[in-house]
Design a binder for this molecule. Sequence first.
Ligand SMILES: Cc1ncc(COP(=O)(O)O)c(C=O)c1O
Length: 374
Amino acid sequence: MWPALRLDGIEISIIRQINALATPLSVNLGIGEPNFEPDATLRDMARRAATVPWRYSPNAGNLSLRKRIAQGSHFDPGSEVCVTAGTEEALYAIFQAFVDPGHEVLIPNPGFISYAMLARMCGATPVPYDLEPPDWTIDPSKLRFTNKTRLVVVNSPSNPLGAVIDNKTLDAIARAAEEHDALVVSDEVYGELWFDERPPSMLGRSKNAIAVNGMSKSHSMTGLRLGWILAAEPIMKPIITTHQYIATCASVFSQALAEAVLDNSRWNRSWLENVRAQLRTQRDAALHSIEHELGAKIPPPPGAFYAFVPVPSSDTLTLAKTLAADAAVLVIPGVAFGSAGEGFLRISFAASLDQIGSGIERIGRWLRTAGSGS
Ligand SMILES: Cc1ncc(COP(=O)(O)O)c(C=O)c1O
């Protein structure tokens, strides 16, 4: 049996490979999901959500939820919102709807692994644009548009960088995409996880902008698979078609829970404030340990829950595997996120203060021992 050609060179991600090295003694700082548990109110909302009829919803999701999602925006809940089985399915539906063999897709480097894989599965070529350390800024003039460019993907706050794209850069990217007749896909799944000010959204900057978002990261609902897409009607129409043949509709239980969350705006506001406060404490603890144990002072990431840390290694894949085996700590090699990530490790601070402290200390101890040649 031969897998389809579209899977040529596509493997399970390095993140999964590293996580497979976990033992009961490992400290896991490789994690891409939040470390907060549902509170009593959220559990109660989930219990009530389980009582909705277990039947298909409309393909694009229940209209009542789409109304909540579109609230405060200019999008028409009837035709410009689609609820998906997580942000990942949202991205897949968008790529399937717009990307053909021979097309090019501009993707961030370093950036979330899926973007390149989704492009390749469509027979298209991922064309990376490099972000500039230490703040991981984007120079829009470096985006290599051609007449084959179909999509430009932006991700703010970013996985793996925690970086946020400012208004001016978002505007410049939106303008450039319009000039080249390309669509902008703005992955805003970490949009609620920020520390100083709310990250600006791509929405409203261009008729060509598509935003994807979801509840995985903001509400610790990674396993419930609930995301959504906002886009102008002509763009949304083919997306709803691909979404129908991928998922039919998102889980109606998860839709009902998401609607309850968005309905309960008072609880939701306080949940998100608590989440940000907890993540800030964890971020600051991680930065402190990174500076003292690893000797690296990085600009505090303004969003998400990742620190992207320079290390004295030009083979971070081997380093991460060795750290997993010899130091019992899991971190993700920067190269997993593209060539510009080589020389860095992604340290997730979605972990307890104890784990953050002991995990980074283990990395530091291992690097010092290896560095002294013993
Ligand atoms: C940047 C980014 N986009 C999308 C996703 C997928 O999230 P979801 O659980 O909503 O599918 C992730 C998950 O790690 C992510 O980091």
